[in-house]
Write a protein that binds this ligand. Structure first.
Ligand code: PHE
Length: 528
């Protein structure tokens, strides 16, 4: 029936969880009808979905990030009138791609203007940078015609680094850890130490598995791990008599364990971090551009540079005041969907129950930062053979991303750091020039002196110092009554954002939350 496995699985989840909500999502094309996702219908909103009494219902959406745009997009498809108010001059929220000419001023008054090479490959995704293939973000890209390409989050040639030691290739660290785990477990099995857990067949099967898992010797040699070509080569194999020289010496078991690098090996096993990951061709903001076109195509208005200064529930709707270039304007609508960051929303003057503001202050605001470094040559590819992937370090840089696109081009932008929490706060407290200086010094401890050479330009973002955002993301230590309260309408006001989902800090969380709220709002209109 053209229903993809993913759509089917998702619809089962929706149906199991939400009873009547499911019907309303179906009516809106938000749930199982797969054609709704497969076939976009921007020009002709399906006004038939709206009961006569609700035609022309107006929804004021606060915030033109992914949650606000998705809400406006889905509402527009169903025939609602939407006005989206965005405090910044820029649309997209944290979905922000920095390229030649991008300019921004932070809360400390630092202004940066990117002097990157002006071409389609040269950009920094300052916010979201990777999309898991399981996320609804992918469905929206397909529906909106946003082209995707692989994002190489895992790369055997990328580095793992612990301060005070030389960095090692991901493949080397993995080979040694797998090797020794296989050796130890094989010895234990062979000595009968696990006989209580394993049948004779299990033992044989496990030994066979471990031999491949660790690339270790057989029973005749005592299952010893001695290193293997999986570690990489000091001299690559080649023609005629060039056998190659495997990278050595292989560290001992103790050295391997004490390196601390094993902790990075599970990162790409995470459900949301497993290969294949994806990115839009030309920059993450392709998603924003496509949503904006679709939202405007459906007749909605997006007003930028319009911070909201007051929000009131009235008997039959909402009253919203925003500050524009020509002073204050009061907008009236039937409903409001508020997608501001929770801690900023909490400070907005409203006539909502004070418990709402308290709930909005509950999640912890977590810092995140990124630095883009454009070099005049792609030395990480040309000299080190690293094509995409991520290097991890226990320095404050935390992670360094090599571009997954533009191989073979002259220039390229490296993500010099993508960090979070206290590390991001430490970098965020510096001026942009100081951030670059510090990142170059730290990066040189991993990549050597060439890290400082040939830098053309840099641009950094500290999300906690960014006006109208003021944080990387909002995290719940537990999703208790406050979370539940905010997932319900407060009068005629609904809240949406990745922080109201189980996909914190993902665009999919913002999209799913927006869809949930649109369905709830529509349910109310349809039955009201
Ligand atoms: N989505 C962000 C990322 O990919 C933040 C995040 C990291 C969210 C890890 C969940 C888990 O880096």
């Amino acid at each position: 029936m053209g229903m993809t496995r993913r759509t089917l699985l998702r619809s089962i989840g929706v149906a199991g969880g939400a009873g009547v909500m499911f019907e309303s999502m179906r009516a809106l094309g938000l749930a199982p009808a797969p054609q709704a996702l497969a076939a976009p219908d921007f020009q002709e909103p399906r006004e038939g979905d709206l009961p006569a009494h609700a035609r022309g219902s107006t929804v004021v959406v606060l915030g033109a990030g992914i949650a606000g745009l998705t809400a406006a997009y889905e509402l527009g498809k169903a025939g609602y009138r939407c006005v989206v108010l965005e405090a910044k001059d820029r649309i997209g929220g944290r979905n922000w791609t920095v390229r030649a000419g991008t300019t921004d001023t932070d809360l400390d008054g630092n202004t940066q203007t990117a002097q990157f090479t002006d071409d389609a490959d040269t950009y920094l995704n300052a916010g979201p940078g990777r999309i898991p293939q399981s996320h609804i973000t992918v469905d929206y890209c397909n529906e909106l015609g946003v082209r995707l390409e692989p994002l190489l989050s895992s790369n055997a040639a990328a580095l793992l680094h612990s301060d005070g030691a030389d960095p090692q290739m991901h493949r080397t660290v993995k080979a040694d850890h797998h090797g020794y785990v296989a050796e130890l477990l094989s010895k234990a099995v062979d000595a009968g130490a696990l006989d209580g857990e394993l049948t004779a067949d299990d033992k044989e099967a496990l030994l066979t598995f471990l031999s491949g898992f660790g690339d270790i010797g057989g029973s005749d040699t005592g299952f010893v791990y001695e290193g293997s070509s999986r570690r990489g080569y000091a001299v690559q194999p080649g023609a005629a008599d060039q056998e190659g020289v495997v990278l050595g010496p292989t560290p001992s078991l103790s050295e391997t364990l004490s390196s601390g690098l094993g902790r990075y090996l599970q990162l790409d096993l995470g459900h949301d971090q497993a290969m294949t990951m994806l990115q839009p061709v030309g920059g993450m903001d392709a998603i924003v551009d496509a949503l904006v076109d679709a939202v405007r195509g459906n007749g909605a208005e997006i007003i930028t540079g319009a911070p909201v200064t007051e929000l009131r529930n009235t008997d039959d709707g909402v009253e919203i005041t925003y500050r524009g270039a020509d002073g204050d304007t009061v907008l009236r609508g039937d409903f409001c969907i508020a997608t501001l960051p929770p801690h900023l929303m909490a400070e907005l003057p409203t006539n909502l129950d004070p418990a709402v503001a308290d709930a909005l202050r509950t999640p912890e605001i977590w810092a995140a930062g990124k630095l883009g470094l454009e070099y005049d040559r792609r030395w990480w590819e040309l000299d080190e053979g690293i094509y995409g992937g991520i290097t991890y370090t226990d320095l404050d840089l935390l992670s360094m991303w090599y571009p997954s696109h533009g191989f073979g081009r002259e220039h390229g932008v490296l993500v010099g750091y993508y960090n979070e929490g206290p590390m991001a706060e430490a970098y965020g407290a510096l001026s942009p020039a100081e951030r670059t200086r510090r990142a170059l010094a730290e990066g040189a401890r991993i990549h050597g002196a060439q890290y400082r050479r040939g830098l053309r330009d840099s641009f950094s973002v500290a999300w906690d110092r960014t006006p109208h955002v003021e944080g990387g993301w909002a995290m719940w230590s537990s999703r208790g009554p406050e979370y539940e309260l905010l997932n319900q309408a407060a009068g005629n006001v609904y809240f949406a954002g990745d922080w109201l989902s189980y996909q914190t800090a993902w665009q999919a969380g913002a999209m799913d939350s927006a869809r949930y709220v649109v369905a709830a709002l529509h349910e109310r209109v349809a039955t009201g």
